[in-house]
Write a protein that binds this ligand. Structure first.
Ligand code: GLA
Length: 385
């Protein structure tokens, strides 16, 4: 029995209608470009979040999780009042599943049944691997099936983003939900965040003898507060100053004019987004033409841009990148929203122990908290277990 099923059994006598799961994600490249209508190249990872679900006749929704044993309960027809106005009354973790129920209920054309949802996550929380999108994805595919909504993966991703923006209050983009819902084994998802068109890009890490080493710095971050929203505001300001809908509409050739118009900080935020979009396009091309051993410099340039221009890295993330490179990684960068979370390093299989040891030693020498190190593999997206 899965942990999610036994949590559900503790909550209700009703038999489970099924267990659905969705993975966390690693972003290979393309950071903070999603809410700028730009390009991203994430992949889904093997660590998943499971949701065991049973239906109820009374139109209520209850959620329970391994994060918190106390069930949170609401009437389905109360969710419209709760989100976004009264979201503070809902415990934070429960805003994700209830937010998805709220977003999907809006898409139903007839009355939907109540549900009990039990959630158990293998995706580390606060590590920058999008444990939030994994919850959203698992609940979204479960409710889509149980409520017979027939929505596409793109529509489910949009519902997940709506939950995150309105029910949780985090002004994030659509990358994480897309990666979790649309991931495929051994491949990345090249997503155009303006059109939401995706292309599956084979990564070929295994054939090239490469592993993706994750360094979870255990410096936790939250995107509902602080720096993330500030960066987003700076990007919107930059787009207004350049008179474009989104920074996606600028190319590196526009940067000279941007430098003349903007204060230094806004300019550097804009330069990160514009060059990062180009790096995503370059990475897709290089992967196709030369394979994964040739993308190292692009990963490093992305990290430098986040460190120096976007200023979302931390001393721990910088140390992880540097130590991994010294120990033979072919490329490394922080991944996800920044301000903590994780870095990734692309490491030849035989060098994984040495690279891990080098990172541990660098952290100990700098007096940082001991990091969590593990490898991840590009994996399939959300579905019924
Ligand atoms: C977080 C957000 C994403 C994206 C990344 C940065 O993971 O949820 O939408 O903006 O940060 O690339």
């Amino acid at each position: 029995m899965t942990a999610a099923t036994s949590l559900l059994n503790d909550l209700t006598d009703a038999p489970p209608a099924g267990v659905w799961s969705a993975p966390g994600r690693v972003n290979l490249i393309g950071e903070h470009t999603d809410y700028n209508d730009g390009f991203v190249l994430p992949f889904a990872i093997g660590q998943r979040t499971h949701a065991a679900v049973s239906t109820r006749r009374d139109g209520r929704v209850r959620v329970v999780s391994s994060f918190d044993p106390t069930p949170v309960e609401a009437a389905l027809d109360e969710l419209e009042d709760l989100f976004p106005a009264r979201r503070d009354e809902v415990p934070e973790w429960a805003r994700y599943p209830l937010g998805v129920a709220w977003a999907l209920q809006r898409r139903a054309t007839s009355t939907v049944s109540g549900v009990d949802i039990a959630i158990d996550s293998e995706v580390p929380v606060g590590a920058g691997l999008s444990s939030s999108a994994a919850i959203e994805g698992a609940v979204a595919v479960a409710l889509d099936e149980l409520w017979a909504l027939g929505l596409t993966r793109r529509e489910l991703a949009i519902a997940g983003r709506l939950a995150e923006n309105e029910a949780v209050g985090a002004p994030t983009g659509i990358m994480d939900q897309t990666a979790s819902l649309r991931g495929e084994a051994d491949a990345a998802i090249f997503l155009d965040c303006r059109t939401l068109e995706t292309e599956i890009v084979p990564l070929g890490f295994a054939e090239a003898g490469l592993e993706v080493l994750v360094v979870d710095t255990r410096v936790s971050h939250a995107h509902a507060t602080g720096g993330y929203a500030e960066r987003r505001a700076a990007c919107e300001l930059g787009a207004r100053m350049m008179d474009v809908v989104a920074l996606r509409d600028l190319s590196v050739l526009d940067l000279r004019r941007a430098a003349e118009l903007m204060d230094d900080v806004t300019f550097r935020r804009v330069r990160h987004i514009v060059t990062e979009n180009q790096r995503v396009l370059d990475t897709v091309r290089v992967l196709r033409e030369q394979g994964p051993l040739a993308i190292g410099d692009l990963l490093l340039a992305s990290h430098a841009s986040m460190r120096d221009d976007f200023e979302i890295s931390t001393p721990e993330l910088d140390a992880a990148v540097q130590a991994a490179m010294t120990a033979g990684a072919i490329g490394a960068r922080m991944t996800g929203g920044g301000f903590g979370g994780a870095a990734i390093a692309l490491v030849p299989h035989a060098l994984v122990p040495a690279a891990s040891e080098a990172v541990r030693r660098a952290f100990a020498a700098a007096g940082f908290r001991e990091p969590h190190l593990f490898t991840v593999a590009p994996s399939r997206g959300a579905g019924r277990d």
